[in-house]
Design a protein. Structure first.
Length: 441
């Protein structure tokens, strides 16, 4: 059955009720914020009967986290722009001020920016990508999406239109038997100041109640929509916020902890406190040691919660004891990168620490043959990449609940691309294959 969803009608109808249910958050209030959306789109998803909430047993999760290992990839650089993943999209603007999604809309004619994004959304991830992901033996995709896909307010220059593509990838994933994690990658005010939050620079998400309020409202909308039983075979988890950065200081950790609790109510009880839902909640460690979260949101008071950690290199040895006693730990972002040689990886025009071109850095070596398309990677370097991949995935499976590689594809960064790794041979076609007796050497 094909289900037509008028997104704007849905949001405008549901949002007032959602907002009225949200409790005030203990963050400072600057001004009262009225959430609105400018998006008006028809979205068709063919996933089965509509509104059949009672066809799922309450509390029956859609993937056996903690029992079956998560093996997946992120669909990075698609619905949230990153200049290192698709540098051509940024270079085509001819404007050096454009460094993130905010400035992509700010410093271009809106129609020009919209046309560029529309082409990008249409072509960067398509159904053949999902077929290839399934053929590679992976069981999850994590789909980053920003708050601006649902809520643009106060003159924010973001371009909307991402939501129908989220719906498309969910339909493709269902066809290829892949589970989807919906990841809110950027929040109002930015939760980390990274360009992948939508706006590089200051971190102000935690400072104003209006920012947290808007974020909670979006999570409630997502939870209500994707808790419908028509998604039971595909949408398994919502990650309510990517990488809130405790190292930015202030009260970020405390605001984040409360936000995890608030979003738990939305995700796990989307239809009210009397009926448990079927979605998992994936919270992030906020760049704190995993042990920092010991005892937080654990059974029996909380169910259906897993902890996401982002790892830039192998060596976090505190996964095992935490995972065994408290929450499942999923390594939600890691890569094969052995250097920061990828163009724009530290921000557009920021250079590399490895070759000393990043401001204030000391040169370690030459970036030649360390990044790019992979065509000039030596056989020895490919072996090194293969060992690194195997060492990481083995660690994350033995000591945790699995892994999600960052990212599926990248224009000029083969070491960050699962797709390129498959083609180049340093990532195996079967993710359970182990070919190195000691991959750490």
């Amino acid at each position: 059955m094909v289900l037509g969803v008028k997104l704007v009608v849905y949001i405008l109808a549901v949002l007032p009720a959602v907002l009225s249910e949200l409790e005030p958050h203990p963050a400072r209030t600057r001004h009262r914020h009225h959430t609105r959306t400018t998006q008006s789109l028809d979205v068709d998803i063919d996933l089965g009967p509509a509104n059949a909430y009672d066809s799922e047993e309450p509390g029956q999760f859609r993937f056996p986290y903690g029992q079956t290992k998560v093996r997946g990839v992120n669909l990075g650089g698609w619905l949230v722009l990153e200049s290192w993943i698709t540098p051509s999209l940024f270079d085509a603007t001819g404007d050096d001020r454009i460094i993130d999604e905010y400035t992509f809309g700010q410093y271009q004619d809106k129609d020009v920016a919209k046309a560029a994004l529309q082409k990008h959304w249409d072509t960067w991830i398509t159904e053949p990508d999902l077929a290839a992901i399934a053929a590679a033996g992976l069981n999850h995709v994590r789909v980053p999406i920003g708050f601006w896909a649902f809520d643009v307010s106060g003159g924010e220059p973001y371009i909307q239109g991402q939501f129908p593509y989220l719906c498309k990838v969910i339909e493709w994933a269902a066809k290829h038997d892949i589970k989807v994690i919906i990841d809110l990658h950027g929040a109002p005010g930015s939760q980390n100041g990274f360009d992948n939050s939508g706006r590089a620079g200051n971190t102000t998400w935690h400072l104003y109640q209006s920012n947290v309020y808007r974020t909670n409202a979006i999570i409630k909308l997502l939870a209500v929509e994707f808790s419908q039983s028509k998604y039971k075979n595909v949408v398994a988890t919502i990650a309510p916020l990517n990488e809130p950065a405790s190292f930015r200081g202030g009260d970020i950790v405390n605001v984040t902890r409360q936000y995890w609790l608030d979003s738990y109510q939305s995700i796990r009880y989307p239809f009210g406190r009397s009926r448990e839902g079927n979605l998992f909640e994936l919270i992030h460690d906020a760049f704190e040691p995993i042990s920092f979260w010991n005892g937080f949101m654990t059974k029996p008071n909380y169910t259906g919660v897993a902890l996401d950690t982002s790892i830039c290199n192998i060596g976090k040895n505190d996964i095992k004891p935490f995972n065994a006693a408290y929450l499942p730990v999923i390594t939600g972002e890691f890569s094969n990168a052995l250097t920061d040689c990828t163009k724009n990886i530290n921000g557009r025009f920021r250079g590399s620490r490895y070759d000393g071109t990043f401001p204030g850095s000391t040169k370690i070596g030459n970036c030649t043959g360390k990044s790019g398309s992979g065509a000039d990677f030596t056989d020895d370097y490919k072996v090194e990449l293969g060992k690194f991949f195997e060492a990481q995935t083995t660690t994350y499976e033995i000591n945790g609940s699995g892994w999600i590689f960052w990212t599926w594809k990248a224009e000029k960064s083969a070491e960050w691309s699962y797709q390129a790794g498959l083609a180049g041979g340093w990532i195996p076609r079967d993710p359970t294959e182990r070919k190195y007796s000691n991959p750490c050497i």
